[in-house]
Design a protein around this ligand. Structure first.
Ligand SMILES: C[S@@+](CC[C@H](N)C(=O)[O-])C[C@H]1O[C@@H](n2cnc3c(N)ncnc32)[C@H](O)[C@@H]1O
Length: 221
């Protein structure tokens, strides 16, 4: 991890418990705009990505709750946490007994946060900033995708990729609070949870969020 990114995360966040989640602490912040401005200054880029990694998003929180209730989903298996953000789903997968977990995010600040958060929770996860959506899905037992369907361009890329991963044998879980680009077909609802979030990001500080399994193209609807 670049020392600069690590120092930035440490300077602008506080390690603290995640509301509504047992036993996980993350480097988080309360306000999105001051941190975004700091990232713009740090990178010299007015189009710097929003600091998604400094929040636990509703979709990811639902996946964590699901893995805590159903550890067998990942226990003894290899896991990819795609669009990992703070790394909360990756950390939860490791805590549930996954043998190897990779957290992927294209934002280098997210990678720094994931590594710090992994260490803070005593869970080792591998990381990559490579944009995995540029290639076919890797061979992996389980793919987690928490709160990725908030933007048209990302949804257009990620949904066919997740379906392709499912068709080649990965189990694929999506966590989502009803974002605009959540598809209305091809998903099997597994569970829903009321999760604690923040009005910095959402209209309400409690949201219902769902966990879905992506159906294989061969499965009956
Ligand atoms: C709303 S956040 C969700 C983070 C986390 N999964 C959660 O639920 O808290 C979406 C994340 O997707 C990441 N992202 C966007 N495009 C991506 C891509 N092509 N590959 C991997 N991550 C991506 C962003 O950097 C951001 O961290």
């Amino acid at each position: 991890m670049a020392a600069r990114h690590r120092a930035f995360v440490l300077r602008h966040t506080r390690l603290r418990p995640v509301r509504g989640l047992e036993g996980m602490r993350l480097h988080l912040t309360d306000e999105v705009l001051p941190l975004w401005h700091a990232a713009q200054i740090e990178t010299g880029d007015p189009d710097a990505a929003l600091p998604y990694w400094a929040f636990a998003w509703a979709g990811g929180l639902a996946i964590v709750r699901y893995l805590q209730e159903h550890p067998a989903t990942v226990a003894g298996r290899t896991v990819l946490d795609l669009a990992s953000g703070s790394g909360l789903c990756a950390i939860a997968a490791k805590a549930a007994g996954a043998v190897a977990v990779t957290a992927a995010d294209i934002d280098p600040f997210a990678i720094a946060a994931i590594e710090l958060n992994g260490r803070a929770n005593g869970r080792r996860v591998s990381t990559t900033t490579r944009d995995l959506l540029d290639d076919g899905p890797p061979e992996i037992d389980v793919i987690l995708a928490g709160d990725c369907l908030y933007e048209a361009r990302l949804a257009e890329r990620i949904l066919p990729w997740l379906r392709a991963a499912r068709d080649r044998g990965s189990e694929v879980l999506i966590g989502d609070p009803g974002r605009r680009y959540l598809p209305s077909d091809g998903l099997l609802e597994l569970a829903s949870y009321e999760v604690r979030t923040t009005t910095e990001l959402e209209d309400l500080d409690r949201k219902r969020a769902w966990v879905y399994a992506v159906r294989s193209a061969a499965a009956p609807s």
